[in-house]
Design a protein around this ligand. Structure first.
Ligand SMILES: Cc1cc2nc3c(=O)[nH]c(=O)nc-3n(C[C@H](O)[C@H](O)[C@H](O)COP(=O)(O)OP(=O)(O)OC[C@H]3O[C@@H](n4cnc5c(N)ncnc54)[C@H](O)[C@@H]3O)c2cc1C
Length: 472
């Protein structure tokens, strides 16, 4: 095993490291950071050098960051990609992402600058933007690097069959896109697998994709959720169902109800509420810090206590805001006029949009603090001021039945703006009135988490606390 603790945490065999699959957290910046650190550390330990090349499997942000860092150190480097570079984010213009937004309430969150420390120079630019624009920038940076470094190359195919070849070097076989197999020579000093987080569960019924009857859009697919009527074209009351209690579901809830990035929503709320939420930031940070430490040192079985504690804390905080008459008034006005879409508040059936977020547990699961807080503020306001229910805990989907069309799980886009009758089950005594009688939804978003790749020998799940930057 490697002497270096960072490398050891990612090592799956001698000279073979995996920064994808079963690791968490898996945000873009985490993957950039993993790729960069793995190469810097491997270089320091002479695992890679001019005579001991690097093979990177997967051209997402993690793999390309690793490859370009190595190329900058004059290490002969090959990237193997089975599809297209940055394929996840490519084309996704509907999702805004930011490297620091979800570090709120840490003091650097507003800087939107990554990496945090000026001592670290990452080869890919990451500034707040939508996924498609970022992917375009990264493709350009990859192209520039391929032109600049003669010792950097890219092959399209799938690498497998890694064989030890004396002198602590490895040869590998790769299958190109036409299905032809090649054995690579010269052999490499290090293999860095960066094949992504696995398969995102967007289908129903779970768990088996093969028997799914409905499939929704994936997190990085282009969608119209943030549009006034969630992209539905015809008139009539439209209904959006989002299922899942994690961060993907909360992001989509906020896009469907507010249509704005979380940082914009929060800034608007701050302008209206003066110091109320600002004064709570230190308490929130302290609670989140404790929660992160618990999460990293626990297993799934121990998570419920953690999520319940967080839920109690945030619920109390939001209730306290709405108990303050001055805050209620100014916050309410701001939410109505500047944050919540008019279609959510519309009294007209022809223009109205309803959004339901259903989740199995009584609490949200793993979510960034800002999304957790904003979701509770918006939902509490809609319920108390307008009797509009948007959150349905303890609830799961029982069946999804298409009306007047056939759902094809391989064509999730074809189901958008079409009617689906959905029935639900609750773990409480009674199903909420709004969900009884098989309500009809035109947009269904399923955020059921990810299924990790088995990852060549990687442990089932690896929870890590990644610092924002770690000196090489
Ligand atoms: C529901 C959800 C919500 C998310 N929310 C956010 C968010 O808000 N912000 C954020 O920053 N991140 C978010 N992420 C995470 C983000 O998608 C990942 O961090 C990022 O895409 C991972 O980059 P990567 O390079 O590790 O993998 P990927 O981008 O998946 O790239 C892996 C590459 O490897 C290639 N590949 C796979 N297998 C092979 C093989 N055998 N041979 C050759 N090539 C192969 C693939 O084709 C792909 O190009 C979210 C993810 C999910 C699922």
């Amino acid at each position: 095993m490697s002497k270096d603790p960072f490398l050891r945490a990612h090592q799956i065999k001698e000279n073979h490291y995996d920064i994808g699959s079963s690791k968490a957290p898996i945000a873009i910046r985490d993957q950039m950071f993993r790729g960069w650190t793995a190469v810097k550390r491997a270089f320091k330990l002479n695992i890679i050098n001019k005579k001991r090349p690097l093979l990177v499997v997967g051209a997402g942000v993690g793999g390309v960051t690793a490859a370009l860092t190595a190329a900058g150190l004059k290490i002969p480097t090959t990237i193997i990609e089975k599809s297209v570079p940055f394929g996840r984010q490519k084309g996704c213009s509907s999702r805004f992402i930011c490297p620091t937004q979800y570090d709120w309430p840490l003091c650097h969150w507003r800087d939107t600058v990554f990496p945090w420390s000026s001592q670290i120079q990452l080869p890919l630019t990451y500034t707040a933007d939508n996924g498609a624009e970022l992917a375009k920038t990264w493709r350009r940076e990859l192209q520039n690097a391929l032109s600049k470094y003669k010792h950097l190359s890219m092959q399209y195919g799938t690498a497998d069959n890694f064989m030890k070849n004396g002198h602590n070097l490895i040869t590998y076989r790769y299958t190109d896109k036409s299905g032809q197999s090649h054995t690579q020579s010269p052999p490499v000093g290090m293999i860095l697998s960066s094949k992504g987080f696995g398969i995102e569960r967007t289908w129903f019924p779970t768990p088996d994709r093969a028997t799914a009857t409905f499939n929704g859009l994936a997190f990085w697919d282009v969608d119209s959720l943030k549009k006034p009527r969630a992209g539905c074209s015809s008139t009539g009351h439209k209904h959006v169902l989002i299922a899942g209690g994690g961060d993907g579901a909360l992001q989509d809830y906020l896009r469907a109800i507010c249509g704005k990035p979380a940082s914009v929503i929060y800034d608007t709320i701050l302008q209206a509420t003066g110091s109320f939420f600002l004064d709570q930031e230190k308490r929130i940070q302290s609670k989140e810090d404790l929660a992160m430490r618990h999460w990293a040192l626990n297993t799934k079985a121990q998570d419920p206590d953690l999520y319940q504690t967080l839920d109690d804390f945030y619920t109390d905080l939001v209730q306290a805001a709405f108990r303050n008459p001055h805050i209620t008034q100014t916050l309410g006005r701001t939410l109505e006029q500047k944050i919540i879409k008019q279609t959510i508040l519309s009294q007209q059936e022809a223009t109205k949009l309803s959004v339901h977020l259903v989740y199995r547990e009584p609490w949200f699961t793993r979510a960034y603090p800002l999304n957790r807080l904003l979701t509770l503020i918006v939902a509490t306001y809609l319920k108390e001021a307008h009797q509009i229910n948007t959150l349905f805990p303890n609830t799961t989907i029982h069946a999804i039945n298409a009306s007047r069309h056939q759902c094809d799980p391989d064509k999730p886009r074809a189901c958008l703006d079409k009617k689906h009758e959905v029935s639900f089950i609750t773990s409480e005594d009674e199903l909420h009135g709004d969900l009884r009688g098989k309500p009809v939804y035109e947009v269904i978003v399923l955020r059921f988490g990810v299924e990790s790749f088995s990852g060549e020998g990687a442990p089932e799940e690896q929870r890590q606390l990644l610092p924002y930057c770690l000196l090489p």
